[in-house]
Write a protein that binds this ligand. Structure first.
Ligand code: F6P
Length: 524
């Protein structure tokens, strides 16, 4: 059955355009002038799309598709607090968390801004006390180590931001534990002094198995050393399930709430970012919010033709739906951004890994790509061969930072030069090499994002850029980017097994129980 989208005029026009330009090679268009011309900039973030197989006509048709799919209308609905997460009947308001003024944002007729400001103020007071040493542990020592316990959106975002911005010498030092496997938490606990350690348990639902396992392990470790009363000085939580946090035994004063309109993978801007603020300081956290807010304003107001997230999204649609690429490589050429690919995997694949439309119809087109990645230049020595010469021309995002903050130009220049060389090789190839195995068609698209420097403000912009890109693509594909029912099913099945309740005559549970048994039995 042909869906509304694939039968639509804008989609059909792009199909025709793709057929008409099938023999086109980016090498025919790419020259020095194009590299300088196909750039959109905002406050020190520059998006260079010269190495894409797009002409003015392609871009016009892509924007027409965005207009046809009512990207502007959906954007405005999201920003104004409409319940666009239709399956969960929720608003989607991570943008309110970083809004700079106090203009009201209404959900069910109630302004959410006063609650946001109250939690931010509470975070600020706590962060100041911990970082100044005024907050003492149970034995009177100041806190030198923070352990963030969470998983998914309650881990990947804060972890990536802290990795990017805190530096290894920061005090307090922030650590992250996510995996249910004790090889994650146990060696970490072994290296810490309970008297100087604060646990931040982050779980929107406070029902996530991995997080509760680790939080219980941490509490047992702490109380074995310092007694039960120590919990109130060494445990805080960020959650929307306040009752469950209290039941766990965390002091109600130590709870930093969030709300159901903050999606897990969009939550680092909320109290889920407490570990970021503890590691960097509240001023830096606010800068992160300010950078994201600048991108939000741009997204809300720039014409689609010059709108960075819209352009990035539509280039992705061109690749995914009209070149059938299926995957996207994320290549930060900066070691500090080493966790960005993992963060974007969740952001993109949990949001747009869907095959049913918002109104329940199966799709007949590709939706979200497989996201993978690694820091350049490390990636060059692992999977770039496939990018260069694999049968599919996979697109890649190159992310570079212009500033050499360490003042070590031999390293910095080497990294940037390698990024440039990869982009050029991917686009232009070496089609006339004498040896056939060396022949390389090129015509492999990439987007180049340059940050003037890597600071909280520019990182905030970058992350908001990706969030809105994912959103725009979800709108084009007519899917709900804000639920994750597949993930929920896996969670429920694990829970059913853990609970030990008799397995219902349900084939899924029977099969899962058999796997469970097989995995746990020792091979003789
Ligand atoms: O991985 C699935 C998921 O539901 C994510 O969406 C979420 O970020 C993660 O689990 C953690 O959930 P919670 O913050 O409720 O523990």
């Amino acid at each position: 059955m042909t869906s509304q989208l694939t039968a639509s005029p804008a989609w059909r026009a792009l199909q025709q355009h793709r057929a008409d330009t099938a023999g086109r090679h980016v090498a025919d268009m790419l020259d020095a002038a194009r590299v300088g011309r196909l750039v959109l900039s905002l406050d020190g973030l520059h998006l260079n799309y010269a190495a894409h197989d797009v002409s003015d006509e392609t871009l016009k048709l892509l924007v027409a598709l965005a207009r046809q799919q009512q990207v502007e209308g959906w954007r405005d609905r999201m920003l104004s607090g409409d319940k666009i997460n239709n399956t969960e009947d929720r608003a989607v308001l991570h943008t309110a968390l970083r809004q700079q003024g106090d203009q009201p944002v209404l959900v069910d007729g109630k302004d959410v801004m006063p609650d946001i400001r109250a939690v931010q103020q509470k975070m600020e007071d706590f962060v100041e006390r911990v970082r100044s040493g005024a907050w003492k542990g149970a034995t009177g020592k100041p806190i030198r180590h923070i352990v963030n316990i969470g998983i998914g959106g309650s881990d990947l975002g804060p972890r990536m931001v802290v990795e990017a911005l805190a530096g290894s010498q920061s005090v307090p030092q922030v650590h992250f534990v996510a995996n249910a496997d004790a090889h994650d938490i146990q060696p970490m606990l072994d290296g810490l002094d309970p008297a100087e350690t604060l646990f931040v348990v982050v779980s929107k639902t406070f029902t996530t198995q991995e997080t509760l396992l680790n939080a219980n392990r941490a509490r047992a470790w702490l109380t074995a050393a310092l007694g039960d009363d120590a919990v109130s000085k060494h445990f805080v939580a960020a959650s929307s399930n306040v009752q469950a946090v209290k039941d766990f035994g965390i002091d109600p004063d130590n709870i930093y709430p969030l709300w159901d309109w903050v999606g897990g993978r969009y939550s680092l801007w909320s109290s889920v970012g407490l570990s970021i603020a503890l590691g960097l300081g509240m001023d830096q956290f606010k800068q992160l919010l300010a950078g994201a807010a600048a991108m939000d304003r741009h997204f809300a107001t720039a014409p689609l033709e010059q709108n960075l997230p819209v352009l990035m999204a539509m280039l992705g649609v061109w690749q995914q739906n009209f070149h059938d690429t299926g995957a996207l490589a994320i290549l930060p050429y900066d070691e500090r951004l080493r966790d960005l690919p993992r963060f974007l995997q969740q952001l993109d694949m949990e949001s747009n890994g869907k095959s049913v439309t918002r109104d329940g119809q199966p799709v007949d087109y590709e939706t979200g790509p497989v996201i993978f990645g690694e820091c350049g230049t490390i990636s060059q020595h692992s999977f770039h061969q496939l990018l260069h010469q694999g049968p599919k021309a996979l697109p890649a995002d190159f992310i570079v930072v212009a500033e050499d903050d360490l003042g070590l130009p031999e390293h910095h220049q080497a990294v940037l030069t390698n990024a440039a060389a990869q982009i050029g090789a991917l686009a232009l190839g070496d089609p006339s090499a004498a040896v056939p195995q060396n022949r390389y068609s090129g015509n492999r698209p990439s987007t180049l994002i340059k940050l003037d420097r890597l600071d909280p403000y520019h990182l905030g912009m970058l992350l908001a850029l990706y969030e809105h890109k994912v959103f725009v693509q979800g709108v084009v594909w007519n899917i709900n980017s804000f639920d994750q029912p597949g993930v929920e099913l896996g969670k429920q099945m694990a829970k059913a097994l853990v609970s030990g309740a008799p397995v219902r005559p349900d084939k899924r549970l029977e099969v899962t129980a058999t796997y469970d048994h097989w995995i746990k039995s020792r091979t003789p």
